[in-house]
Design a protein around this ligand. Sequence first.
Ligand code: NAG
Length: 421
Amino acid sequence: MRKTAAILAGTVIVSAMASPALAPAGTVIPLSRRTSFTGAEGVFDKDRAIAATIATLNKHYHNLANFEKNTGTSVEVRAPAILPADVEERLNKRQSEALKDDQDREWTGTISVGTPKKNFVADFDTGSADTWIPSSSCNSIACSVKTKYNPASSSTSSKKPGTLFIQYADGSSISGPVYTDTVTIGGVTATNQVFSAVTTLSQDFLFESIDGLVGLALPPIAGLPSSLGTPFFLTAQAQHTVPVGQFAFYLAATGSELYLGGTDTKKYTGAIEFTGINTTTGFWQAMGGQAKVGGSVVLSGLQTIVDSGTTLMYCQPAATKAIYAKVPGSKVFDAKNGYYSYPCATPPQLSFNYGGKDWTVSAANFNLGTTTLRSKDCVGALLSLDMPFGPNTCLLGDVFMRNVYTVFDVDREAVGFASLA
Ligand SMILES: *[C@@H]1O[C@H](CO)[C@@H](O)[C@H](O)[C@H]1NC(C)=O
């Protein structure tokens, strides 16, 4: 088990840092629920799922471009994925018909920025590393419905050189100047936190309930320059406003939360099983994983990126094919978009294992809905996707995270899983 060395080294760092008297407590940030892709009468909502996959791909293209810039390691360059015109047209029609159509794709909570504090609704994304909020100078239509940051109204704001630029699914982008200011999430404050106040915001955001985003991944994939600071959680840790270098997600139908500075022992039982991450990548990428179906190993040597900003699970095409080959009655449902179906009556037991327990995706979480109205076949939440990661890399979004308590440990350089309470 290659994780051992990293964990031991991390433990030493933790005890060296512990300061008994003034250690701050960890803090709970309640999260709102993300919508599923199961539509009316239990049928799979394919258009929205396709849009989500394209957004996920583009986010990670952007991450890898940052990685190349930050590390000088060349990555495979790909053009942004584009939403098929027919899908876009149908989604736009639905949005204009029902503004209240629940479009949330994120786990959202409140952050505050500036002095005096101003509250923003943010997506907490372990799959990217930058923080951004809308600027008062933003004239995009999407900004009209957002809370905006006015640097002139914050006594602690400081303008920095440079711009943040991120490409989104529809080919549009966000961009804006860079600032530092005080950012508080729950009881945890980071002073002089670097972020972007974005002045252009693509139309996709008009229908999402978030103002901005807090990236909880690691510096190699940050777009904001490291000379100006680190991602939020690392800043808080360096400034000792969290007791330990851990944060954790509990994602459920109700009571979802992000815990900053440790773990919420009410939300899990038993030990947390830690697995070392691939520290070169900047992702929370657990190494040495196995994929199992029905308790039997199908794939070994997997690296799994745990990404709260992704809804579904994705493996590379060959790996996905190998997994579904072990699911009786499964078949390709949509080859172009990577979907497989399986008989609803006999859902597979898909698990990931890192040398200890099997972490299993429940039948309910695996099921994205029936392929068509009253079909006996259901769409599986594991998709085939040609991703610009290594051949043995899967991306595990919240259909996986909902089955476990997930701990992100900066000191151990590890991801931890525990059983839900
Ligand atoms: C870490 O990930 C990179 C990129 O996918 C890969 O090339 C490298 O082999 C991985 N390192 C380890 C130790 O697995």
